[in-house]
Design a protein around this ligand. Structure first.
Ligand SMILES: Cc1cc2nc3c(=O)[nH]c(=O)nc-3n(C[C@H](O)[C@H](O)[C@H](O)COP(=O)(O)OP(=O)(O)OC[C@H]3O[C@@H](n4cnc5c(N)ncnc54)[C@H](O)[C@@H]3O)c2cc1C
Length: 511
């Protein structure tokens, strides 16, 4: 089995960086664990990562980066994720401006900021969340007010990863209090704020379930002045900037688990070969093998999907659905893998002496950050619901040859008949035979029989008044769906029309 396999669509440069960063991680694994055990921020290791140029994985070469795209950024994140705190600060640092400046920054801003991101000399923090804005990320209360050529920022951001240790803070602030702007999502603007600006302070570091040596906290802005040049994107376009950055954020947040999953598999094989119970290595128990197989399956599926999504981003697409799926499956799998791996290891799995309980704690954080998994499902649903493919009108037609309803593009048998109450009722009653539980849209009726929209609507109203059909109204009170009532079914066809029995059913048992 090949783990951390290179995918065939990776460029030679991406394949090379994969090998290089794996060696780097192997060489620095013990150091990362030492910082974890000492609960110390791994500054020297972060500097080493910077020296290797990894912070520039996604930065174009002309701005001092490696230009390895979203795919390259995932390759690096996946491996650095194995170095615990280093992985977190690496990903967050890239998220704090890279995608946003690349897509919305001026040339001057690119020249100024991108080399800084690439060098990793200072870390970056992404600041969306506030006491009032969590899942409802648009409900930002931090304000930015224009004063001459400067902006004055007031407010608080909370749960900020890299708070304090970062030098660069990518924030979203409210630049309009107009209800109309809020409705149009044009009330926000994005800015970069540097550490050291007067009035900008670290308020708190949170004690968390995980992130043992990763600072996460609250920052406070008290009349913090920044030049207009620190504004990224147009005034009022902060929401667009945020959304553009979020796909990359979700993807990288997913990728960071990939290397850890593979480490878990290694720990499990190593451990269960050496743990003897009932005179056998626990690896020989079919139940344990089945659970390890499940973990390997999840590892491979999530990794494949991560790189598929990265490829879409590198092609310049906006993979909202895919980035959410990637984040969702990687973090859910991380939790499930953590729970299963602990079970396989028994009591040892619950101790901190094995690096397994950690993944469970990190997974729980993963399910909440970068948009909770409930919000990811909301995105997956809403964006999918807009896709024409999923909204194709599937028409089932009764097929007399097989005596069953079949999805068909054929015309209805009523097509071309006179458009009158009797035939409209027949169409609707026939639909009961085809799909007994479903309603029809007025357009379905029109498609089956013909006629104009107004003609059909008038007939439907009349049939409803006579209680031969029932309807479901839309928000404007218009008829959205119709279905034959019992009386309507009786009037349209004799009972024999609706009868259907399987061939094996005995005549003597019918009544
Ligand atoms: C360790 C850690 C690191 C973080 N790092 C950063 C960072 O670097 N930068 C940053 O800006 N933020 C960061 N965050 C914040 C994180 O993004 C938010 O915690 C997250 O978006 C959820 O917001 P919330 O905590 O306010 O929960 P809430 O929004 O209050 O949600 C509470 C619950 O309600 C559910 N819910 C809310 N709305 C809906 C809805 N419409 N439909 C269904 N369910 C809903 C949620 O899914 C959740 O289960 C971090 C958080 C943590 C814990």
């Amino acid at each position: 089995m090949i783990m951390s396999e290179e995918f065939f669509w990776w460029t030679e440069e991406q394949k090379a960086i994969n090998k290089q960063v794996r060696t780097f991680v192997a060489d620095n694994f013990e150091a990362a664990e030492t910082y974890f055990w000492n609960t110390e921020f791994p500054w020297p290791l972060v500097k080493k990562v910077a020296k290797e140029g990894y912070f520039g994985a996604g930065v174009p070469k002309e701005y001092g980066g490696m230009e390895l795209g979203a795919t390259g950024s995932c390759i690096v994140a996946e491996q650095l994720g194995r170095l615990y705190a280093v992985g977190h600060v690496f990903t967050v640092s890239m998220l704090a401006g890279l995608e946003q400046i690349l897509r919305f920054g001026t040339e001057e801003q690119k020249q100024d900021w991108l080399p800084k991101i690439a060098s990793g000399d200072e870390l970056g923090a992404l600041c969306i969340t506030e006491p009032f804005a969590g899942s409802d990320a648009a409900n930002v209360h931090t304000t930015a007010t224009k004063d001459g050529d400067e902006w004055v920022i007031n407010g608080k951001k909370r749960f900020i990863t890299g708070a304090g240790v970062s030098g660069r803070y990518f924030i979203y602030a409210k630049t309009s209090g107009e209800p109309g702007d809020r409705k149009q999502y044009s009330h926000l603007t994005s800015f970069l704020v540097e550490r050291g600006r007067p009035g900008f302070a670290l308020e708190k570091i949170n004690p968390l379930i995980g992130f043992d040596n990763v600072p996460n906290g609250v920052i406070n802005f008290d009349h913090v002045r920044i030049p207009d040049n620190n504004r990224v994107g147009e005034i009022g376009k902060g929401w667009n900037v945020m959304m553009a950055g979020l796909n990359f954020e979700r993807l990288i947040g997913a990728a960071v688990f990939g290397g850890l999953f593979e480490d878990v598999v290694q720990v499990l094989f190593n451990y269960t070969k050496r743990r003897i119970q009932f005179n056998r290595p626990t690896l020989t128990f079919p139940g344990i093998q089945s659970e390890i197989a499940d973990i390997i399956m999840k590892t491979k599926v999530s990794r494949l999907y991560t790189y598929y999504c990265a490829h879409l981003l590198d092609e310049g697409k906006e993979p909202m659905i895919e980035a959410s799926i990637s984040k969702l499956i990687n973090t859910e799998y991380a939790r499930e893998i953590g729970v299963k791996a602990i079970q396989i290891l028994g009591g040892d799995g619950l101790t901190k002496f094995l690096p397994i309980e950690r993944i469970l704690r990190e997974a729980k954080i993963g399910e909440i950050v970068a948009g909770t998994n409930e919000i990811q499902k909301m995105i997956i649903y809403r964006f999918s619901a807009m896709l024409p493919f999923f909204n194709k009108n599937l028409r089932y037609r009764w097929n007399d040859d097989v005596n069953a309803p079949i999805i068909s593009t054929r015309d209805s048998k009523f097509k071309g008949m006179e458009v009158n109450e009797e035939n409209v009722l027949k169409v609707i009653a026939h639909d009961y035979k085809v799909s007994p539980g479903l309603y029809m849209t007025p357009d379905d009726v029109r498609e089956d029989l013909g006629g104009s929209r107004s003609e059909i609507r008038r007939i439907l109203e009349s049939l409803e008044e006579k209680k031969l059909i029932v309807s479901n109204k839309d928000r404007q009170g218009k008829t959205a769906l119709v279905k034959a009532s019992y009386d309507g079914l009786q009037k349209a066809f004799p009972l024999s029309y609706y009868e259907w029995y399987p061939k094996w059913y005995a005549e003597s048992d019918k009544f």
